[in-house]
Design a protein around this ligand. Structure first.
Ligand code: MTE
Ligand code: MO
Length: 410
């Protein structure tokens, strides 16, 4: 990794030396001249603010989730400002929210999880019980299957937050579902697991038992602290790689059953209407997807010269294997650098050095995952699925950089 970084720095320096790119970009002019640090008079001579019990970000930072204008603000979603986040982790305070019936207030001392159905020993677990059990911490994305939904009808997503912000990535800590099912003695005929939330919408989903056994986690912590109320405090189910809806928040029961329950959120909703009038059901897996976040729609490229193209890629099928970037409207593609570690079913950051000559261009990214699945173009996706779907849009996203540096959605 170190040599990788050195190589990158060397390549960047070479590019800068060769073309005087920083000067051309006006970067060196913008930096103050001289060799002294900040002026003496700007240095504080008084003490700064006091130590504090719970941290807050600098008052100069204003990045926020986008809260749409909703008639009933309890039912809706907010989006993560992905173009303003770095690395692979979404701060809990910026993790997108999707609630069907608002955020219930749950006292963790009173909350329990019932695990029952086709099991030998139906059991009620308190939070305390769950925290005593062996735990795991894993980094995974959650993506609402409605993310980028507007792109089905037209390439309408004006910017990354509006078009891609129903996806976030956290470190989740909790108890593997496998362990809980062993504790209660799942019977062999128990092929599905129903998960139910404790909010007013009675969120209910049926999940194949093999998936929840191999990857499922009953989660009580996010990014090192108790999971946020928006994310399901005090307990949520995490089904890595599956559509957001299956990650049932405020989890109150897991019931082992012999077949899927055909609940409202897997029949009237969260199905994908095909051109022939049939609907795809149980489309659990989130297919590979990527988006360039810098530069991106609604932003501006600060003049010709050196830039780093940055973006995020993820897949419900394991690891991201490759992300290719095109800076000529899809004619040629080059592999971007992938930030390590590349974890299964987690955001993967990609980066590529780019010298912009100031001419209008279209830039785009294409992800390939370890299963060999390649992110489709809009044409390939709509040819296969038609135009009736609302969910699971993962077509290649292009941004147009105009001569003045303004970036718009294509
Ligand atoms: N109990 C319950 N679980 C729920 C929901 C809900 O409204 N109630 N929304 C689902 C949907 S549609 C999504 S996309 C994810 C969103 O998770 P997040 O709010 O933590 O980002 O939670 C899912 N789990
Ligand atoms: Mo969702």
């Amino acid at each position: 990794m170190r040599s990788n970084w050195k190589q990158r720095l060397k390549a960047t320096k070479k590019a800068i030396d060769r073309r005087g790119l920083l000067a051309a970009a006006g970067l060196t002019a913008a930096c103050s001249s001289g060799t002294k640090p900040a002026a003496e008079e700007e240095m504080p001579s008084e003490l700064g603010s006091a130590v504090s019990a719970y941290g807050e970000r600098s008052k100069f930072e204003t990045t926020k989730r986008l809260v749409p204008d909703l008639k009933r603000p309890q039912i809706g979603s907010t989006t993560t400002p992905l173009a303003d986040t770095e690395g692979m982790i979404t701060p809990a305070s910026l993790h997108f929210e999707r609630h069907h019936a608002g955020v219930p207030e749950i006292d963790p001392a009173k909350h329990t999880l019932l695990v029952h159905g086709l099991v030998e020993r139906p059991t009620v677990f308190t939070l305390e019980d769950l925290k005593r059990l062996p735990s795991v911490s894993r980094i995974h994305f959650v993506e609402c299957s409605g993310n980028s939904g507007r792109e089905w009808k037209s390439p309408g997503a004006g910017d990354v937050q509006k078009g891609f912000g129903l996806a976030s990535c956290s470190e989740w800590t909790g108890v593997p579902v496998k362990l809980l099912l062993e504790e209660v003695g799942r019977k062999a005929e128990g092929k599905w697991v129903l998960a139910e939330g404790a909010d007013a919408c009675r969120m209910f989903r049926s999940l194949p038992v093999e998936k929840v056994i191999s990857d499922g986690i009953v989660v009580y912590a996010q990014n090192g602290e108790a999971i946020r109320p928006s994310q399901g405090y005090p307990l949520r189910l995490l089904v890595p790689g599956y559509e957001g809806n299956t990650n049932v928040k405020w989890l109150r029961q897991l019931k082992v059953v012999d077949q899927a329950y055909m609940a409202k959120d897997e029949t009237s909703k969260y199905t994908d209407l095909m051109p022939d009038g049939k609907a795809r059901m149980f489309t659990f897996v989130m297919d590979a997807k990527s988006v360039i976040t810098t530069p991106s729609g609604g932003r501006k490229v600060g003049g010709p010269g050196f830039h780093e193209i940055r973006g995020l890629a993820w897949t419900g099928r394991g690891r991201i294997e490759k992300v290719e970037v095109s800076v000529d409207g899809g004619k040629t593609w080059k592999a971007a650098e992938l930030q390590e570690p590349r974890l299964p079913m987690a955001f993967t950051r990609f980066r590529m050095a780019w010298e912009w000559d100031g001419q209008p261009v279209e830039i785009m990214s294409r992800a390939t995952d370890e299963s060999g699945y390649v992110q489709p173009s809009r044409e390939e996706l709509t040819a296969a699925r038609g135009m009736n779907s609302n969910y699971h849009y993962n077509g290649i996203k292009a941004w147009r950089v105009k001569a003045g540096g303004e970036v718009e959605s294509v």
